[in-house]
Design a protein. Structure first.
Length: 279
């Protein structure tokens, strides 16, 4: 795998009861950062994994029933938090981002997508299909805000399901294969089913030679991966598939136990949020 520079950035946060993200946790509400990875590929240039919150989130959740999303997960978003506004301090302008890789289409992962109108979009067809299924209320209940998807998504999309499959090294078991996004083995999308339809993670080799596994919402914290502690059925049943979610988390836990030097990175982990991004 080609090495890439990886920076972990925080694009806002929301508050949510801990008990909804990990069985047995207290019901007190805590902040869950919305983390984004800026990946500097040696040939393809700047690439994003997810986009976090953005002012577009508040526009999308102004009407009812979309406003329910904002009420149930109150968002803390300050001027300058948008990922597009943070890129210049890394020497990157938004129009220079060559691609955005979407773990899944929940609002806290795609709100900033509109800022990158020239970028290719790597995502799951199964996830994009959810944006037009059911009623507005049923989509909001599943964390989907259809207006955040660009109108030209289908034209710009490179579907994970259609990319060449690449066998993973034995030290990544129980994960056996992934989608080679750029054709050079540098960015490997890995299906992580359960959280919602079309939920995928990303393997990337960092410049320091450490392997980072960006896992989206397959877990809400690094502690949940270490302890193999899934969310309660109330959460997983509402958003996705409980059995698949628990199996995916168990597989991540197994990987971490066998290979703890891999940087397993959930998208809402407060431990990860303290990183400077200079990996």
């Amino acid at each position: 795998m080609k090495a890439c520079r990886v920076h972990i950035l925080r694009a806002g946060s929301c508050r949510h009861p801990q008990a909804m993200t990990r069985a047995g946790a207290p019901w007190s509400s805590v902040d869950f950062p919305a983390l984004v990875a800026l990946i500097i590929h040696p040939q393809a240039g700047p690439i994003l994994f997810d986009t976090g919150y953005d002012p577009a989130f508040f526009t999308a959740t102004q009407p009812f029933p979309e406003r329910l999303y904002r009420w149930t997960t109150p968002v803390d978003f300050q001027p300058g938090d948008a990922i597009a506004d943070q890129l210049p301090r890394f020497g990157v302008q938004p129009e220079e981002v060559s691609a955005v890789i979407i773990s899944h289409f929940h609002g806290d992962h795609v709100s900033g997508l509109h800022r990158f109108s020239k970028a290719a979009i790597h995502c799951a067809r199964a996830g994009a299909q959810q944006l037009t299924q059911g009623t507005r209320l049923s989509r909001v209940r599943k964390g989907l805000l259809s207006t955040l998807a660009p109108a030209d998504l289908a034209e710009r999309a490179h579907w994970f399901e259609d990319r060449p499959r690449l066998a993973l090294p034995a030290d990544l078991k129980p994960f056996e294969s992934g989608a080679d996004l750029l054709g050079d083995g540098s960015l490997i999308a890995v299906p992580l089913p359960g959280h919602c339809p079309g939920h995928w993670g990303l393997l990337v080799r960092q410049a320091d030679d450490q392997l980072r596994f960006l896992i989206g919402d397959a877990a809400w914290s690094s502690g949940a991966v270490r302890d193999d502690a899934p969310p309660p059925r109330l959460t997983t049943g509402l958003l996705g598939d409980t059995a698949a979610c628990r199996q995916t988390l168990h597989d991540l836990h197994t990987l971490w136990r066998r290979n703890p030097e891999i940087a397993v990175t959930p998208s809402h982990c407060s431990e990860i949020a303290v990183e400077t991004g200079d990996a």
